[in-house]
Design a protein around this ligand. Structure first.
Ligand code: GLA
Length: 344
């Protein structure tokens, strides 16, 4: 099937995701372990027979109209418009569309609301196609984030939200996009907590970290920084050495965590999460002191593991604990940090 004006209302729902472990390695050749959330975005789309797109959001407001080829402008609607423009350029759609969004995924929290919006747009635009393929959708969504929005992200978020289902962990090899789905054991409870500290990815800090990784890989003449040798990393200039140490150690932790997950070893997995947080805090330097304190208290009050999740610089942290402990643990954490809220 080729170009279409889609003269019916299409509705799709795409989840957010939380990354359990494997942080900042999805563009360094690592394996990552994201899990889809119940929080999701629902997108409705209908052809409008005009030469403009309109985008509105139940959370963010009334329709705004854009020409069919208008560039990104740093607005939440960019994620929809990037998807529509990609779909038109590739002959999936023709003409203008009215799109409405309704989302329960917190924005700027590290839970992939952006990836979910782009993937939802592409999914709606290609639902009728016989060659519909979620992995191809994820790759297209990454391309849009990299080139239309301008954030040089890896493939983790798009894959997680395009193929994931809540309660299932995706062990994703970001080199070849092969993945294995592993159900979360019934005696593992994953709690996602919003720190109350907002962050934005497009503000340049993501790109800065990514560039540091590319520089380190280049200095070591490697395609993937995850392959680096620890002794070679130690010879890099101090800051690059810290970034490299995080990437290599996180790659090893992510591999070990798959073994722990499959063995149902919650304590072992929790230890790996704790080591991941320390590495993100000290070597990759993407945490903030307030979240360090929250993560430390989450452990003190009884979680097996806790760590900042997603790109960091604020947003959410993810905790792992026994289901029986959750209620008392949460009350203690909330008393200590009244500004936090439980997302999942
Ligand atoms: C963001 C990016 C991902 C990944 C994470 C950090 O979510 O979109 O590609 O790099 O940060 O692990």
């Amino acid at each position: 099937m080729t170009g279409t004006g889609l003269n019916k209302t299409i509705r799709v729902t795409v989840p957010g995701r939380v990354n359990l472990i494997g942080e900042w390695i999805d563009f360094n050749g690592g394996t990552v372990l994201p899990m889809a959330l119940n929080q999701a975005i629902t997108l409705e789309m209908r052809a409008n027979d005009r030469d403009e797109d309109t985008v509105s959001s139940r959370q963010f407001g009334d329709p705004r109209a854009f020409s069919l080829t208008a560039p990104a402008e740093g607005h939440w609607s960019d994620y929809v418009r990037g998807g529509l423009q990609y779909a038109r350029e590739n002959g999936w759609l023709t003409g203008g569309f009215d799109v409405t969004l309704d989302s329960t995924i917190p924005v700027g929290a590290g839970l992939s609301s952006s990836a979910a919006t782009v993937v939802a747009t592409l999914k709606a635009a290609s639902l009728d196609r016989t060659d519909y393929d979620p992995v191809a959708i994820a790759m297209a969504a990454k391309d849009i984030e990299n080139n239309f929005i301008g954030v040089p992200c890896g493939i983790m978020d798009q894959m997680a939200v395009a193929i994931g289902a809540p309660g299932e962990v995706i062990a994703l090899d970001t080199r070849d996009r092969s993945f294995e789905i592993v159900p979360l054991p019934s005696d593992w409870c994953v709690v996602v907590v919003h720190s109350g500290i907002a962050r934005a990815l497009a503000d340049g800090r993501y790109k800065q970290r990514r560039d540091e990784c590319l520089l380190a890989a280049e200095a070591l003449q490697l395609e993937h920084l995850c392959d680096a040798d620890v002794s070679a990393i130690a010879r890099l200039p101090a800051e690059l050495a810290r970034r490299g140490r995080h990437v290599v150690s996180e790659g090893a932790r992510a591999r070990d965590s798959i073994t722990a997950l499959k063995a149902g070893d919650r304590l072992g997995f929790g230890q790996l999460m704790q080591a991941s947080h320390a590495s993100l805090r000290d070597d990759f330097e993407v945490s903030v002191p307030e979240i360090d304190a929250m993560v430390a208290d989450a452990i003190t009050f009884g979680a097996d593991g806790a760590r900042i999740t997603g790109a960091g610089f604020g947003g959410c942290f993810v905790c792992l604990l026994s289901p029986e402990k959750v209620d008392v643990w949460w009350q203690a954490l909330l008393r200590r940090h009244p500004g936090i809220s439980r997302v999942a």
